[in-house]
Design a protein around this ligand. Structure first.
Ligand code: NAG
Ligand code: NAG
Length: 392
């Protein structure tokens, strides 16, 4: 009789045993070949498999300030070890430059459940499968998957059924409009799925005017009369009232950091793809980030990403990070994250460093969730209606 399994030497981490005997034993049933895909690993040495990290990256505004009309994907697929374009495991972010009086098609190669476009610069319009939207700098719009029956709007089939046609009407400064485009195709590629034909949420258009007015409506001082170091609004949709996210997968925030202010270190499990909407020239505005905190709650050997108006930086998941504005004006940032997924899963695990240190000093370590009794959620600040914001 053959030995079923003998281990001569300890297994290296991640190593899989090859058991050729098994395929010889079971030859008398239909699924005999299914054992070829089987891999079995020792638990403790593989429970935290070696995964490449989401890297810290900065994409400067110069990318969309010159050159012909183009889509510029932030492709970190080789760093992430996937065989499709991706900026983070779930999302792909891009700059889109459209020269004045030109038209450019943006499409996803496979499929996406959510696409968001933020207008960095210029004035123009976008033809979607649900009509045309007119936009100007600071506006944002979000598209769901419109289903299989709605006609594509592009002229080249290469752009795919979900494509959008963008036209730049005017942009005097750099001769071309610029958009920041983020979608969740990498998540669908990973799962090997396409969206169902049912529309999961309705498209939404967030005007710059409405977003700025809502931020301005927030008090600039806290309960003790101190000037706040931030005013921020989460961008939601009527289909995501529980998670308060842009779409079921995407999350976005329009956030200010006041002059000479620091925002304390925090972390979350989502990956942040942060667009620096405005950072005054001169005194630096930047984000510091690190895997670790020391005993006082300070970042250990932090990396620094400088904010440049119209630039993007990637903050890896679970890294502690803090924002700093040494200038004399408010700085504005708009992160797009995959936090819709984490919030729904109850695994966003948002933490502030000072609370974390106080808890650990008191001998307590918390898990990923928070007792409902200690959480706080305020009411909706702005509700779009056709009368209020539909017609532009
Ligand atoms: C775009 O078209 C407008 C209106 O016809 C014109 O005034 C402008 O010069 C054009 N811009 C370019 C870059 O050709
Ligand atoms: C947009 O979608 C809605 C819902 O299906 C539909 O009622 C409306 O006619 C569409 N508009 C355009 C311009 O396609």
């Amino acid at each position: 009789m053959r030995a079923f399994l003998s281990i001569a030497a300890p297994l290296a981490v991640g190593a899989a045993l090859e058991l050729p005997v098994c395929s010889q034993v079971h030859t008398d049933y239909a699924g005999a070949s299914w054992d070829r895909s089987v891999r079995i690993y020792e638990y403790v040495s593989n429970a935290n498999p070696t995964m490449t990290e989401v890297p810290v990256r900065v994409y400067p505004p110069s990318m969309h300030q010159r050159g012909p009309s183009a889509i510029m994907p932030f492709d970190l697929s080789s760093e992430l070890e996937v065989d499709y374009p991706a900026t983070s495991p779930n999302l792909l972010a891009n700059f889109v430059r459209v020269l004045e009086n030109e038209t450019l098609e943006t499409g996803v190669a496979f499929a996406a459940t959510s696409q968001t476009f933020y207008v960095i610069r210029g004035r123009g319009s976008s033809l979607t499968r649900n009509g045309t939207v007119e936009w100007a700098a600071g506006d944002m719009f979000v598209l769901p998957y419109f289903g299989d029956d709605v006609e594509p709007v592009c002229t080249t089939s290469a752009a795919g059924a979900q494509c959008v046609v963008h036209t730049c009407a005017a942009e005097p400064e750099y001769g071309g409009c610029a958009l920041y485009w983020v979608h969740d195709e990498p998540l669908l590629q990973y799962l090997g799925v396409e969206p169902s034909s049912r529309r999961r949420f309705d498209p939404a258009f967030y005007t710059s005017v409405a977003m700025k007015a809502t931020v301005q409506s927030l008090s600039n001082t806290d309960a003790d009369g101190e000037v706040k170091n931030r005013r921020g609004i989460l961008l939601g949709n009527s289909a995501t009232s529980q998670t308060r996210t842009l779409t079921p997968t995407l999350w976005s925030l329009l956030n200010t950091i006041g002059p000479k202010m620091n925002q304390k270190p925090h972390k979350h499990n989502s990956v942040a793809l942060d667009l620096a909407v405005y950072a005054a020239e001169g005194a630096p505005v930047y984000t510091r980030m690190s895997r670790e905190l020391d005993g006082e709650g300070a970042l250990v050997n932090p990396m620094m990403a400088k904010w440049e108006t119209g630039g993007v930086f990637v903050t890896p998941p679970g890294w502690w990070h803090s924002h700093h504005n040494e200038g004399d004006e408010d700085a504005w940032v708009m992160p797009v994250q995959d936090a819709g997924i984490y919030t729904h899963q109850r695994t966003l695990d948002f933490r502030f460093a000072d609370e974390e240190v106080a808890r650990l000093q008191a001998g307590r370590a918390r898990g990923a969730t928070i007792d409902l009794a200690t959480t706080r959620t305020s009411e909706n600040l702005y509700r779009g209606t056709p009368a209020e914001c539909g017609a532009r």
